[in-house]
Design a protein around this ligand. Structure first.
Ligand code: AMP
Length: 419
């Protein structure tokens, strides 16, 4: 397993149910867990039977290709497939070719052309960096002037360096959002349970975008029929288009969807497990994950993943100053106690041990407190009980993760009961 975040911690725990797992570089939360070893060695040196690559950057950089050339079985696309996430302009090109519903858009490296296009759109307006920006390169606004200023800041390189020197400008869509993680073996696909994540830093979806402040699964507004529709309209055609272009995609296709009045549309594709969606999808999976990923990596995906445990909620705890300027080195309290609560698992994302052996903050998103339960409401209560035990100076946490989803689920259950 390659990576060091909360997603990789969740993956490692799930893989360790049926495999001996080595994580590189890993994090202090994984070290010391039975069945999991943390190693500083590069992935090429580990001699693993199966390599699972967590983050997007090494995929975009061609790590999967290098390992495959060395004869390894790898779960994760090569650099050709990873361009879906490495370039939003390329992703849009594939969506258009595959006739997948998505927002009206244009791709620009010239501010004047971008401005002219912005003025054609009715608003709200969305400006995205073409390149990778850790989930922070998307700006959504009701002000065309703000959109123009953002285009200028991105294109100049001032805000996101080279990742922003080309931008995708698009119409703002509205509706509930959801993420669908789909395993792909180059031809066949198998969807995991839908999840939704919470991108803004503040309660009520306010403030800047982050890598994700929490997640929940299931998503009450997304039923099996809708999942099938998305697979038919938005995932199968993308896999077919990639194949037509000679791309043998073996890994996760992560569809970011928005459920508009006209039907589901794709906001984006990512090429790896979502973070923090993975932290709520995997605890619900009733399947041998190692076997599933090995099948996909070998081009022989046969198993249909079953979902058990009714619900899971993950609440992310972020450091002071995140997302602009995260502070590191604050001593974290309460992780062990939180992990003893019923249904609760504390996943490490940005932690380190200081010279005295204290667990300290070492990144923007520091911990994810995940809980399972018989309902979203119960899972949410358990997750927040865990959150209540943990603290450090300046810790940031949203108080409304999955609150609306828990209400929607309750309403749907009582409507079903009345029928
Ligand atoms: P992305 O990284 O493209 O998924 O964008 C991050 C977030 O920005 C999404 O989860 C949405 O909340 C928002 N967003 C992106 N594109 C649009 C759009 N066309 N309309 C409205 N919101 C959007």
């Amino acid at each position: 397993m390659v990576g060091s975040g909360g997603r990789e911690h969740a993956l490692a725990l799930c893989l360790a149910r049926t495999a001996e797992v080595v994580v590189t570089p890993g994090n202090p939360g994984m070290a010391g867990t039975e069945g999991i070893t943390v190693s500083p060695e590069p992935p090429e040196a580990l001699g693993a039977d199966l390599v699972v690559i967590g983050p997007e950057q090494p995929l975009v950089d061609g790590l999967a290709d290098r390992l495959r050339a060395d004869g390894r079985l790898v779960f994760g696309p090569g650099a050709d497939g990873a361009r879906l996430e490495g370039s939003k302009a390329f992703m849009k090109e594939v969506l258009v070719e595959a006739r997948v519903p998505t927002a009206r858009h244009g791709v620009f490296d010239d501010a004047r052309d971008a401005r002219a296009f912005l003025r054609e759109l009715p608003g709200p307006w969305v400006v995205k960096t073409d390149g990778l920006a850790a989930g922070k390169g998307v700006f959504v606004t009701d002000s065309v002037a703000e959109a123009e200023a953002d285009v200028a800041a991105k294109l100049s390189g001032e805000r996101f360096g080279d990742a922003g020197r080309r931008v995708v400008v698009e119409e703002g869509l509205s509706g509930p959002e959801c993420s669908l993680l789909v395993l792909c073996d180059g031809t066949r696909i198998a969807a995991l349970a839908p999840a939704s994540d919470f991108k803004r830093i503040g309660d009520g979806d306010t403030g800047p975008n982050t890598g994700g402040m929490g997640a929940c699964s299931p998503v009450p507004v997304v039923d099996d029929r809708l999942v099938d529709r998305v697979l038919d309209e938005a995932v199968e055609p993308v896999v077919a288009t990639l194949r037509r272009r000679g791309i043998d995609y073996r890994g996760v296709l992560y569809a970011g969807l928005i459920l508009t009045a006209e039907g589901p549309k794709v906001l984006e594709y990512n090429v790896r497990f979502g973070d923090p969606e993975t932290q709520v999808v995997l605890p619900r999976l009733d399947e041998d994950l190692t076997g599933l990923l090995a099948e996909a990596a070998a081009g022989r995906l046969r198993t249909e993943p079953r979902t058990a445990r009714a619900a899971a909620v993950c609440v992310v705890l972020a450091s002071a100053g995140y997302p602009e300027d995260p502070r590191t080195g604050d001593v974290i309290d309460g992780v062990e106690v939180a992990g003893t609560l019923e249904g609760v698992t504390v996943l490490h994302a940005g932690t380190a041990l200081d010279a005295e052996g204290n667990l300290v903050t070492a990144g923007g998103r520091v911990l994810g407190v995940t809980a399972t339960g018989p309902t979203l409401g119960a899972a949410r209560d358990r997750a927040y009980a865990g959150v209540g035990r943990i603290g450090w100076p300046g810790m940031q946490v949203r108080t409304d993760i999955a609150a609306q989803a828990a209400l929607d689920e309750r309403a749907a259950r009582s409507a079903a009961g009345a029928r």
